[in-house]
Design a protein around this ligand. Structure first.
Ligand code: UGA
Length: 431
């Protein structure tokens, strides 16, 4: 089978398909990336992925190429894993990479083949791409099989997904997808077979729901701040209601990354195009609540220091979430830049994301450890909840800093422990 596009999704999918026993060829137009992968180097941090990729390279189950002609010849199933970023100057999705990949592949296909879309696309895209595929490659068909993997858990999410969604218009396409995923299906993974539009919508709706849940608890944090209530205790109590649940109810700096923010914007933009002008307007508010948390954190930092001008601020965390080196739309880097913008001297430390953060925000300073970042700091900001930061002993950090003051942007540190060591501890949504 073939995996087109070897970004986050594609590399993970290719390695996991090999893990499920398939012969896999990964394709990308980026020569340098393909060369790196051939040598067994994964250009991103994802737990377990490097080891799995190297094993399958060594065993010959996984190969990489830049040639669509080779790809067309190689397999009967072609997974589309290219990116669908936010379009410049607009909320909608940029489909140019998907279109280019489908055209390049379809031009080379000669026999029966199934093109399987995995990327997140506006509803209606699959039907259009199916027409392109069928027109330019007689004997070829298209199906839609959205991906729900989370960064940091990508390998497990692919091998043991919560569910598989197959959007298809023929029995043959469905049978082929069942064969591809026979192992997870045999292990009990539920399968939903449906039409194209539903399959595309499951993905958009899932990300919209998750973003809404995070923003809901962060809206409650705003109410807590206005009333003296404690959002962490509120979330704990709410989550015990089985209908609500604790997951995605962690209040703090909110969501970032390459998916949730752009996906809720593209979903709303698509609803507008479909004439459902009011239907998804609430997602605008979900986005606004999320961005307000970042500004609130900057204000909290300024309050704590009595103004940020000339202050030294240590930032713990740069990635958009722990167990990832991804800094796309990272709340942590956003806050770091804003704090520096108000005149502070900011030093950032992250266990895995420093190299990406440097490229993204070259104007910030970086340190090689939490301790080094905190040296002489007037304030420490905890912005990405890596386990390493929860293990910091505040008493050991005390002699290093200028002032013992911390703002916990992720509500992941133990306030009692920090206060017991003589620190001023403040957090979002807590008295
Ligand atoms: C998200 C979805 O969870 C995946 O199911 C989906 O496949 C993926 O997008 C995608 O569309 O490709 P991901 O971007 O890896 O996955 O990140 P999440 O784990 O969903 O976290 C997103 C953000 O929400 C992070 O910044 C995280 O810190 C924040 N978050 C999450 C909270 O602030 N509170 C929570 O309770 C949960």
């Amino acid at each position: 089978m073939v995996v087109i596009g070897v970004g986050y999704l594609g590399i993970t999918h290719a390695a996991c398909m090999a893990e499920l026993g398939h012969e896999v060829l990964g394709v990308d137009v980026d020569e340098a990336k393909i060369e790196q992968l051939r040598e067994g180097t994964v250009p991103l941090y994802e737990p377990g992925l490097s080891r799995m990729l190297r094993r399958h390279l060594a065993e010959g189950r996984l190969r990489f190429t830049t040639s669509y002609a080779d790809a067309a010849e190689f397999g009967d199933v072609h997974f589309l894993c290219v990116g669908t970023p936010q379009r410049d100057g607009s909320d909608s999705a940029d489909l140019s990479f998907v279109e280019a990949a489908v055209h390049a592949l379809a031009a080379e296909l000669t026999g029966p083949a199934l093109v399987v879309g995995k990327c997140t696309v506006p509803v209606g895209t699959a039907a259009r791409l199916a027409r392109t595929v069928r027109r330019s490659a007689p004997g070829a068909d298209l199906a839609w099989n959205p991906e729900f993997l989370r960064e940091g858990r990508a390998v497990d999410d692919t091998l043991k997904p919560d569910r598989l969604v197959f959007g298809a218009e023929s029995r043959a396409a469905l049978d082929l997808l069942h064969a591809v995923y026979s192992l997870p299906i045999a292990a009990g993974t539920p399968v939903i077979s449906t039409n194209f539009a539903t399959a595309e919508l499951v993905k958009a709706a899932a990300n919209a729901f998750l973003a809404t849940k995070v923003s809901f608890i962060n809206a409650m944090a705003e109410i807590c701040e206005a009333t003296g209530a404690d959002v962490v205790e509120l979330a704990r109590a709410l989550g015990y209601d089985g209908r609500i649940g604790h997951r995605y109810l962690r209040p703090g700096l909110g969501f970032g990354g390459g998916c949730l923010p752009k996906d809720i914007r593209a979903f709303r933009a698509r609803a507008q195009e479909l004439g459902a002008h009011r239907t998804l307007e609430f997602l605008r508010e979900v986005d606004a609540i999320n961005l307000r948390r970042r500004h609130r954190l900057v204000r909290l930092a300024a309050e704590q220091c009595g103004g940020l001008g000339g202050r030294r601020v240590a930032v713990l965390g740069a990635s958009f979430k722990p167990e990832s080196d991804d800094v796309r739309d990272s709340p942590a880097l956003y806050v770091a830049a804003a704090v520096q913008g108000e005149g502070a001297q900011v030093t950032v430390y992250d266990p895995k994301a420093i190299a990406n953060a440097r490229r993204h925000s070259p104007g910030l300073r970086y340190a090689g450890s939490a301790r080094a970042a905190a040296a002489g700091a007037d304030l420490v900001l905890h912005l990405t909840e890596w386990k390493e930061f929860q293990e910091i002993d505040p008493a050991e950090l005390s002699p290093v800093v200028g002032m013992r003051a911390i703002v916990d942007g992720r509500n992941a540190l133990d306030p009692l422990r920090w206060r017991a060591a003589g620190w001023t501890y403040r957090a979002l949504g807590r008295p």
